[in-house]
Design a protein around this ligand. Structure first.
Ligand code: XIL
Length: 329
């Protein structure tokens, strides 16, 4: 049987995994999760569209099951996510006639949502991705032109953190984003967080999603990002959605299965990446994989072709990448 991943990194950082309800009701998966991981993130089940059935109508059945599993097994749980432009019902931004809400109405609805969700799991969910993917470096001011922005301007971001903190003062609150190695993007994020900190907004960390591929970004580019955020006093960094695709975004390459050479290339990069994370373990407190094993990865749906971005294959066997993370000295 495989050595335990979380054991190996117990003096470094939490090792987490994003899972869906399917894993929660699969006893083999559950055993495997308990063995290798000490943190979980519900991949979809706490997003607004999953929790909400209509205005003020919540169904917490499945979300509760995640929290119960985590609590029962002494596993930390990250909440994902409160404010996002995706996977939020259209009606959230509209009144009963289908017209867009005014700013104060939308903010009121957001406040209620945050109080309801964060409040429900107060003391149980230790970290929240409060705002997800609000930066778009192609905009002159760096803010994504989402419904949130169009209706509220950037103010919704700070408000979300303030309300999440009110709902659970103990919870660690994160801003989470992808492609954080793009220089303009990381500068926008950096400036936004610096600015919030200077105003006393309760933001405690930055989540680097790290949906990367075997070619890019490089480990050096990722280090540049970590270095930049490490200059903000007291800011924690978490790697929140790590996976390593064999495809460049949009490429037409197709792999039925990975060759030995590909698997070793992936192993080498995972190895270097974890060396980097360990180098910064004072500020990187958690590293979460976005999926338990290759056949569960969301990337298979995104690219609509086989991909092998994680540490375990479909038979729960450790790939070379797994062994590279275990066998370092
Ligand atoms: C993904 C889920 O894994 C998929 O199952 C779903 O279809 C789409 O969302 N960035 C995020 C995550 O913050 O919430 C996304 O999760 C992956 C990209």
């Amino acid at each position: 049987s495989l050595p335990s991943l979380k054991e190996k990194y117990k003096n470094d950082f939490k090792v987490g995994v994003a899972i869906g309800y399917g894993e929660l009701i699969n006893s083999i998966d559950k055993q495997f999760i308990k063995k290798h991981f000490n943190s979980i993130t519900p991949g979809n089940e706490m997003k607004p569209e999953s929790l909400l059935r209509g205005p003020d109508k919540y169904d917490f059945t499945i979300a509760d099951a995640f929290v119960e599993f985590a609590t029962k097994n002494n596993i930390s749980i990250r909440g994902h996510t409160l404010v996002w432009h995706n996977q939020t019902p259209d009606w959230f931004f509209k009144d009963s006639n289908g017209n867009f809400l005014k700013k104060d109405e939308l903010l009121k609805r957001l406040k209620k949502h945050i109080y309801t969700v964060v409040g429900r799991y107060k003391g149980k969910i230790y970290a929240w991705d409060v705002v997800n993917e609000a930066i778009d470096e192609t905009q002159p001011d760096g803010y994504r032109r989402s419904n949130w922005y169009k209706i509220c301007g950037p103010e919704y971001i700070e408000k979300a953190f303030i309300w999440a903190h009110e709902a659970d003062p103990q919870a660690k609150l994160f801003y989470n984003d992808y492609n954080t190695e793009v220089p303009q993007k990381r500068m926008f994020i950096y400036n936004m967080i610096k600015n919030m900190k200077s105003k006393g907004i309760p933001i405690h960390g930055v989540g680097l999603q790290c949906h990367i591929n075997v070619d890019s970004p490089s480990v050096e580019e990722i280090e540049e990002t970590i270095k930049l955020f490490s200059t903000i006093p007291g800011l924690e960094i978490q790697i929140t959605e790590l996976d390593m695709s064999f495809y460049q975004w949009g490429s037409s390459v197709y792999y039925v299965e990975p060759s030995r050479e590909m698997l070793l290339r992936q192993a080498k990069k995972y190895y270097e990446l974890f060396n980097l994370f360990r180098k910064y373990k004072k500020i990187i407190k958690s590293v979460t994989f976005w999926g338990l094993k290759d056949d569960y990865s969301w990337l298979r749906g995104v690219f609509n072709k086989p991909d092998f971005p994680l540490l375990f294959d479909e038979y729960y066997d450790g790939k070379p990448a797994f062994w590279a993370l275990i066998d370092y000295s």
